[in-house]
Design a protein around this ligand. Structure first.
Ligand code: FNR
Length: 342
């Protein structure tokens, strides 16, 4: 199975059956404010991820790996939408292009389309320092995402089986890179202990990439004959991951993603400490089912909705969102209690 075909299978899987339904945000309820101390006009959506400033707390997360014409096409369309809306965008894994220069145009197009935009390069946890620097350089990236996808690799018959040196490798990349390194999961969530380990080796930010949205166990299982279905419900829901990182006091910037399919889930992520949220599956499905204009409209609507919800909560900016009153209930309450945060 070649890399390009596998990545096209991923897109097909993400569009059809490859997602789960609950990222845990229904366990978070905001406490209604009858006298919020702000006006809609007061709201600023600007946010910081360490040294990076984003004009919007919403970004398009990594989806376009593998190279080839289809990837080029999706990258170009997403880059135009990112430019038009002013939101940041990650490309998918650039490993194909790092290994074969002919594929580099598939990724360079995002910088050509959006010369002044905030772009994240992307590679897997097997990347070498040299490959990481090539990926950053290829799109003049403002940050590099390294994705952790152990479960996906295990479910892939041709996937990696060696993970013990990943943290060490990430440390080497962090030391060599001239831009911030963001380490992300791909839909299985991240515990606070993992986030702390990444912080200790100098990672600039983590993206919890939680359970509840795109499900790479389901996607990879559907490509196998003997399925590892026990991984289909595996992972930490996005809201749970964000909440435990917040309560653990890990102090690096945190991003939320994994099943962020509506503006309320995004704003709940901000209240649980996320400085920004990434959308992948939702963006892909909207682009595929309804087209570029519809996705552009959705992203603009989300920004308007953020302002409405933040006004209702009396939070003038993303930093203030971290202090809005909320109640956690149900499985999230249980999770936090069991994890020692009571
Ligand atoms: C992804 N994702 C991903 N992540 C990454 O770091 N590098 C990659 O190459 C890819 N490729 C990819 C392809 C497709 C088709 C999808 C849908 C997703 C994972 C993505 O960035 C994100 O972490 C997860 O999809 C969870 O977010 P959503 O989809 O639930 O919003």
């Amino acid at each position: 199975m070649n890399r390009e075909q596998r990545k096209l299978d991923h897109i097909q899987g993400a569009l059809t059956t490859g997602f789960s339904g609950n990222s845990g945000f229904d366990c978070v309820t905001f406490v209604h404010q009858s006298l919020p101390k702000c006006d809609v006009a007061d709201i600023s959506l600007q946010t910081e991820i360490g040294e990076l400033t984003l004009s919007s707390p919403l970004f398009i997360n990594a989806m376009t790996g593998g190279g080839g014409n289809e990837t080029f096409n999706v990258n170009q369309r997403l880059a135009r939408i990112a430019k038009e809306t002013g939101i940041a965008m990650a490309v998918g894994s650039q490993m194909a292009a790092v290994k074969d220069e002919r594929q580099a145009r598939t990724y360079r197009i995002v910088r050509e389309e959006n010369p002044d935009g905030v772009l994240f390069a992307n590679l897997g946890m097997d990347a070498t320092v040299h490959q990481a620097l090539m990926a950053i350089d290829m799109i003049e990236a403002n940050a590099l995402q390294i994705h952790l996808n152990v479960i996906q690799e295990l479910v892939m018959p041709e996937g990696d089986r060696e993970f013990s040196r990943v943290l060490h490798q990430i440390e080497a990349i962090v030391k060599a890179a001239q831009v911030p390194v963001i380490v992300k999961e791909v839909g299985f969530g991240m515990s606070w202990v993992t986030a702390r380990a990444l912080h200790e080796v100098g990672v600039s930010a983590v993206d919890v990439g939680g359970f509840g949205g795109t499900n790479f166990s389901k996607i990879e299982n559907s490509r196998r004959t003997r399925q590892m279905t026990y991984f289909n419900d595996w992972g930490i829901p996005t809201a749970f991951s964000l909440a435990e990182l917040r309560l653990s006091g890990v102090s690096l910037p945190v991003l939320g993603s994994g099943g962020i399919n509506d503006p309320l889930a995004a704003v709940k992520s901000f209240s649980l400490g996320a400085s920004a949220v990434g959308i992948a599956g939702f963006a892909l499905r909207t682009l595929h089912d309804s087209g570029d204009e519809e996705l552009l409209g959705e992203l603009n609507n989300w920004s308007e909705d953020f302002k409405m919800i933040m006004t209702a909560l009396g939070a003038k900016n993303i930093a203030q969102m971290k202090n809005v009153p909320l109640v956690v209930k149900g499985d999230l309450y249980h999770w936090l209690t069991e994890r020692g945060f009571n």
